[in-house]
Design a protein. Structure first.
Length: 166
């Protein structure tokens, strides 16, 4: 385990600081859990900035490649990703607007004297991982992964109907 990176978020944006680093997937236990190969790393860059009207922003850029599993052939699949997340800092939870009314571009973070950047990176990587991942150019495994495993659209509709029953 590497030492967690802690920042004082308010200080960080007030001074327009910036940090970047590379974290091995093996140092992100919850990401590690979903990995097929255990391989992969995440590069991140965190930038603090002041917006107009006294607003404070943190921007988190993430990129890397993770060894995930193809849901069709159950073999390894390298998943490259690039994510940009923007957070507005707020004093406390009550300052967070109703998420339904807000646009999806900005998220909110409560000001913290000791924000664990490693945790934040881990969280955002997990959120960005696809629910169902497949080899885009078709699976190449020789074990005859059946193509018919593709869900029957009628069954899917059926599932939706029953799922919505109240
Ligand atoms: Zn596959």
């Amino acid at each position: 385990m590497s030492t967690p990176v802690l920042i004082n978020t308010l200080e960080f944006v007030e001074q327009s600081l910036e940090i970047h680093d590379k974290i091995r997937a093996s140092d992100l236990p919850r990401v590690q859990e979903v990995l097929f190969s255990g391989r992969g790393d995440v590069e991140y860059r965190l930038v603090g900035s002041r917006g107009s009207r006294g607003k404070f922003y943190l921007q988190l850029d993430l990129r890397g490649t993770l060894g995930l599993m193809c849901q069709r052939c159950l073999n390894g699949l390298d998943y490259p990703f690039e994510i940009v997340r923007r957070f507005e800092l707020v004093k406390d939870e009550s300052d967070i607007p109703d998420s339904d009314l807000d646009d999806d571009d900005v998220d909110y973070l409560v000001i913290e004297p000791r924000l664990n950047v490693t945790d934040l990176v881990e969280e955002e990587v997990l959120l960005a991982l696809p629910m169902s991942l497949r080899h885009e150019d078709g699976c190449s495994s020789g074990d005859g992964a059946p193509k018919e495993r593709k869900p029957n659209p009628f069954q899917v509709l059926e599932g939706l109907k029953t799922g919505n029953k109240s």
